[in-house]
Structures are given as structure tokens and as C-alpha cells.
Design a protein around this ligand. Structure first.
Ligand code: PLP
Length: 405
């Protein structure tokens, strides 16, 4: 399929380019020392990931350990409460550890093992990436160092406990604002010191090349499964698909299965409390081009051009940029990006729980809220939503802040 001059039949061969660009976005903007480390990972990825042994081991892990394929569920009661459009969800909440993040963490840790590394290093904000990586490290017998700001350590006590139980080292970062940005810097510094024995595992389709490509490829299992399952369930493709976008990993993997199909694709960013800078994290809607954390993309900037403070009710979505592939797909027009705020998200959180018996992660509830809006707009047809994770981690917070609706 050709779309605005881009040939989607050969898309995955051409995007990213050899040096990691999706159009003008992406690349590798880091120190020469770290560039060497990234080149080593890129080379290993292209060699190892083509080997039948790696592919069959990853497939076996997906099935026997992660519990894949995850099902698709038809949301019968929610759909009939809205009208004639049929809504479906891809159940990444049923992936082991309760979200899609394990899909790329198992891939990254398996790659680390094949490369002979002894340790995985990462940063975490809300702790979800840290928990997924600690799980993968335990499975493969790798050491695991997770850098986390002291403010986040206090806020995310259950995830800190999970990481420690899984055997990870949670390293407290106390300088600056002591949140995600400082944790990213500290983890990169550690990686520059330790890259001979360690591999850095980025938590989304972000960071320097090859991570936006590698994380997308490891997440593409979601899109491949979803397309096959939906066609076998209904005999046709969905009319539209929807996923939430923080860094963009669940969306990138899910979308990858449908880019070459006549399917409308929607990415949903968090509008938070509103349109003012600092009240949302909708980088693709309100941001401008810029470089941060080693890659060029669309980002939200403050008056000095630095990453702006961002907010969302979903801590997994509050990042001031999005993966370079999303910036590219936005410019091409293949994916439409739109926003949903906190209030509609919480309504969708309760609607899915009450009508379907599925408590979604607040991140995923953004996609559900948008699916509901889309159903009302479309009037007929089908919408497949990626339910990126389950809401157990969010229940106490929702009850405390919003009460029972
Ligand atoms: C981390 C997280 C997200 C956001 O990350 P992406 O890279 O944008 O997918 C979304 N949903 C859940 C459940 C998460 O844990």
C-alpha cells in the first residue's frame, strides 16, 4: 500500500534507515564512547535476531513463560451501550506481569544473554519498566541494576518491593529533582562505565538507535497476533485500531501489524488537566522538533528549550517526547494522533470495569476512552483497542482520588 508517497509494502526494510532514521527523526545523539556501545548492540541485534535458535527460543518463552498469545475480547456490553459499533480489546493485561512491557524486556534480556553480558541496566519512573526488566533478569539469571529517583521510590513503594523481591538492585538517585530525568542520566553514566559486561535496556521506543527499532520489533508480536486473531474471529480487518502513546512502545508494536492495511490508526496522548504546558504530556500534538535522551523527535520544551515538565493521571504516559517513528508516522499522516484528558479516562476506567469485568491500567483507559468517542463518531463498523495493561497498580490511587463512580 502506498500512502502519501511512502511504500508500506517495504516499510520495515526501509524504516529505520541504516543509521537509525525514520525520515528526519531518530538517530544516535550520544557521546563517542556510548556510540561504540550502541554499535555493538546494533551489530549483535542484526546477527543474532536472524538466527533460528534465537527466534525459536524467544517464541518458546512467549508461549511457556509469558502466556502468549494473549486473547482478543469482544466488549459486548460496552458496545451495545454505545450503539452499533463493535469494540474489541487485545488483552496485553493478560501478558505475564500484567502489561506489554515484558514483550521487549524478554527480547532485550535474551539478546544480553546471547551477547555474553552479565548485567542489565535501566532507569524507571513509575517502576513498571523496572519490574518487567527485573522479571526478565530473574528468568535469565542476569544481574539487574535499576536507577530510580528518590521521589519516585517513595511514590511507588509496591513496585520497588516487587523489583527487590525479584532480586534487582534498586539504586537511588538523589540529585536534582530526583525523578525520571535524573534516573535516565545516572543509568546512562553507569552504562558508559560498565558496557563491556552490561547492556542498557530502554523501556520504550525511545533513546538512541537501535532502541526505537529493536523495541518496536520485540513488541510487533502484539500486532501480528492481533491481526491474525481479529481476522479469524470476524472474517475481516477492524475498521479502526487505537492505542495509547507514552513513549510509544505498545502502540508501535500493535500498529506495525496493520500499517499496510486499509485500517484507520489512532494514537492517543494524555491531555491531563488541559492544554497549558505542564498540564499534559501530549508531545505529538503540542510539541516541536528537538533532541533529548539521545534521539531527535517531537518534544515538549520549556522556555529554555529543555524538556518541559509534563503531567498525566497515568504515570506511564508522562514523558515529554514520543518515539521517533511516531513523529514520522504523524508527519506522513498514516497514524492520526489525538488526545484524551484525565476525566474521560477515569470514566472509561470505570465503564470497562463495570460493563466488562476488566479493570484496565489508567494508561490503557486512555485508549478505551478514545475508542468510545470513535465509536460514537463512526456510527457503524468495528474498533480494536490495545489494552496495554491491567489496573491493579492503579486501584488504590483511583479510589483515593476519585472515589467510586
Ligand atoms: C508503560 C506503560 C504504557 C506507556 O508506554 P508505551 O511505551 O507508550 O507503551 C502504557 N500502558 C501501560 C500499561 C504501561 O505500563
Amino acid at each position: 500500500m502506498n500512502f502519501n508517497g511512502i511504500d508500506f509494502d517495504t516499510y520495515f526494510k526501509n524504516y529505520p534507515s541504516e543509521d537509525g532514521y525514520f525520515g528526519k527523526y531518530g538517530g544516535c545523539y550520544i557521546s563517542d564512547e556510548l556510540k561504540k556501545a550502541m554499535a555493538e548492540i546494533t551489530e549483535a541485534y542484526f546477527t543474532i535476531c536472524k538466527s533460528a535458535k534465537f527466534i525459536s527460543e524467544l517464541r518458546r518463552i512467549r508461549k511457556d513463560f509469558q502466556g502468549r498469545p494473549t486473547p482478543i475480547s469482544h466488549l459486548e456490553r460496552l458496545s451495545s451501550s454505545l450503539g452499533n459499533v463493535q469494540l474489541y480489546v487485545k488483552r496485553e493485561d493478560l501478558n505475564h506481569t500484567g502489561a506489554h512491557k515484558l514483550n521487549h524486556c524478554m527480547g532485550e534480556a535474551l539478546l544480553a544473554k546471547y551477547m555474553g553480558k552479565k548485567k542489565v541496566i535501566a532507569e524507571t519512573g513509575a517502576g513498571q519498566h523496572g519490574v518487567a526488566l527485573a522479571t526478565a533478569a530473574a528468568y535469565f539469571g542476569l544481574q539487574c541494576d535499576i536507577y530510580m529517583g528518590s521521589v519516585d521510590i517513595k511514590k511507588q513503594a509496591p513496585n520497588v518491593a516487587r523489583m527487590k523481591i525479584l532480586g534487582a538492585n534498586v539504586i537511588e538517585v538523589t540529585h536534582g529533582l530526583a525523578t525520571l530525568k535524573e534516573a535516565v542520566d545516572a543509568a546512562f553514566e553507569a552504562y558508559a562505565r560498565e558496557y563491556k559486561d552490561a547492556i542498557y535496556c530502554i523501556g520504550s521506543v525511545l533513546g538512541p538507535h537501535p532502541f526505537p527499532m529493536m523495541v518496536r520489533d520485540f513488541q510487533s508480536v502484539v500486532g501480528i497476533e492481533a491481526r491474525e486473531q481479529f481476522v479469524s474471529m470476524t472474517g475481516e480487518l477492524p475498521d479502526a485500531i487505537v492505542a495509547c502513546v507514552g513513549g510509544g512502545s505498545n502502540a508501535a508494536g500493535f500498529f506495525s501489524g496493520f500499517l499496510n492495511d486499509p485500517v484507520e490508526i489512532y494514537g492517543v496522548e494524555p491531555l491531563g488537566r488541559g492544554e497549558k504546558l505542564g498540564d499534559h504530556a501530549a508531545s505529538l500534538k503540542y510539541g516541536t522538533e528537538g533532541i533529548m535522551h539521545g534521539f531527535n523527535s517531537i518534544m515538549l520544551k520549556d522556555e529554555n528549550g529543555d524538556p518541559a515538565p509534563v503531567y498525566s493521571v497515568a504515570s506511564g504516559l508522562d514523558y515529554p517526547s514520543s518515539g521517533p517513528e511516531h513523529a514520522f508516522l504523524r508527519d506522513v499522516g498514516r497514524v492520526k494522533y489525538d488526545v484524551v484528558g484525565d476525566e474521560q479516562t477515569i470514566d472509561a476506567f470505570f465503564a470497562l470495569s463495570r460493563l466488562e469485568g476488566i479493570i484496565p491500567a489508567i494508561e490503557s483507559a486512555h485508549a478505551v476512552a478514545y475508542g468510545v468517542k470513535l465509536a460514537q463518531r463512526m456510527g457503524k463498523g468495528s474498533v480494536l483497542i490495545n489494552l496495554s495493561g491491567r489496573g491493579d497498580k492503579d486501584m488504590d490511587f483511583v479510589i483515593e482520588k476519585y472515589g467510586i463512580r
